[in-house]
Design a protein around this ligand. Sequence first.
Ligand SMILES: Cc1cc2nc3c(=O)[nH]c(=O)nc-3n(C[C@H](O)[C@H](O)[C@H](O)COP(=O)(O)OP(=O)(O)OC[C@H]3O[C@@H](n4cnc5c(N)ncnc54)[C@H](O)[C@@H]3O)c2cc1C
Length: 511
Amino acid sequence: MAGEPISKVVIVGGGTAGWMAAAALSRVFGAMPALSVELIESEAIGTVGVGEATIPQILVFNRMLGLDEDEFVRETHATYKLGIEFVDWLRKGHSYIHPFGFYGLDMLGVEFHHFWLRAKELGEDLPLDPYSISAMAAQFSKFDRPRNDLPNSPLAKLGYAFQFDAARYARFLRRRAEAQGVVRTEGRIVRVEQDPDSGFVTAVQLDDGQRIAGELFIDCSGFRSLLLGETLGVAFNDWSKWLPCDRAVAIPCELGGKDQPLTRSTARPAGWQWRIPLQHRIGNGHVYSSAHMEEQEAIDLLLANLDGKPLAEPNRLRFRAGHREKSWDKNVVALGLAGGFLEPLESTSIHLVQQGIARLMTLFPTRDFGEAERARYNRLCAQDYLDIRDFLVLHYRATERDDSDFWNYCRTLDPPDGLLEKLEMYRSSGRVFREHNELFTETSWLSVMAGQGLVAGGYHPAVHLMDDAEVLRRLAHIREVIGNTVAQMPSQREFFQRHGSAMREEALVAS
Ligand SMILES: Cc1cc2nc3c(=O)[nH]c(=O)nc-3n(C[C@H](O)[C@H](O)[C@H](O)COP(=O)(O)OP(=O)(O)OC[C@H]3O[C@@H](n4cnc5c(N)ncnc54)[C@H](O)[C@@H]3O)c2cc1C
């Protein structure tokens, strides 16, 4: 017998996580009879106010919501993102792009990069960027959507995401969620009621005396983790020994510098600085380790490295790398910062919210809250955090930087086991693998391993099935086709003009 259906979902928090959950649930389950969704948020508490860069999986979320992409880009003042440029991460003066999409073409059933490694051995020491349409288009400030109608063109393989204004994104989703029937309640939660026997959350009380009851509670309360952490006491798995950055200062500035469709991450003495260009401003932030740098120094360094006039006071944020041991306990599911946080180096937090929502929909409970569903949900979420952690640690661990205590710590730390296996495999045979369908693909692992200066100890022996001259000829051909294709693409600005968005011309320096 199926259990009794849930009739009331309460979402606690109206930041990005809360409104993503509200928009998605009301879109997919809106037609379910007798299911109501209520979201509680407190303007007095506010949101974290950052979170502007995304990864290509967001396209899936947008499709699920039925969004018109041009409208979405206009409303959220979004720009396109073709990857992340890492500046000074290997050593000062060096940079590389971690692009979305793929490199080159697999040949003879062997991954492309093995041919690239062979070419290196033959003396052609080129970086990977010229083999990626996304990396090249980003460098030349070009953008176009992938062309599935041209399967033989590199354009068919272009991967992209967005950089948007977090506040506008939340407002955009809120409008949709409310139109789909979500009720929004303003107020500060001051008490959480629990069933004395089961410990299940039964209701929350607001500062104005209102009591809001529900059956399923989605905790999107941010770093406070009001329900999962504070009320249910689910422990936090602390990963700061691998990811020591625990502070950030964020500040928007006027447009300036190049208008490439890229997020930029520049390594600093005790962390790194992000630059996320939007249509109307640039989002900037400095992520750093408080054990290695004072707050004022971090702020000064950020302010000294902006491309335009600051538009607000610095927003100071504190965090710890890690996640709650369970993302779903009893009748509470945590999404967003309430469930965990890994620094924004690869823009993964919004994706984790999206993953959590998709999983919750798949495993949507009935009132008896089956243990098997919860266990599966928790196992998958924990694995996501772990996979992302290993990928982030790679950036810090594989570096030549020895110019500060922070970099000396990172360069010499013991890598987690999963990362160690990947490092050893690449160093011994040039092989890159993607474990259990993890978020980051072989392209991503390769890009960062090669970008961070790791040397592959070999390549697939099947590469020798192709004559050396033919290897070099084919690689040159791939570079040429990508170069010609990029030359014909519209600039991001031209693309905006065609699709009803615009950068503020006067504030931009031509790239
Ligand atoms: C420095 C930094 C940079 C980041 N950059 C990126 C990025 O580039 N890309 C990316 O994907 N992610 C990024 N993130 C993560 C991203 O910002 C978050 O994942 C996202 O904003 C979701 O936040 P949230 O909704 O969980 O929490 P919040 O935005 O903090 O929202 C919490 C909500 O809970 C409400 N609330 C809390 N307590 C109560 C209470 N007692 N009563 C009523 N309401 C309450 C608040 O009012 C608010 O509405 C970044 C995070 C940080 C810290």
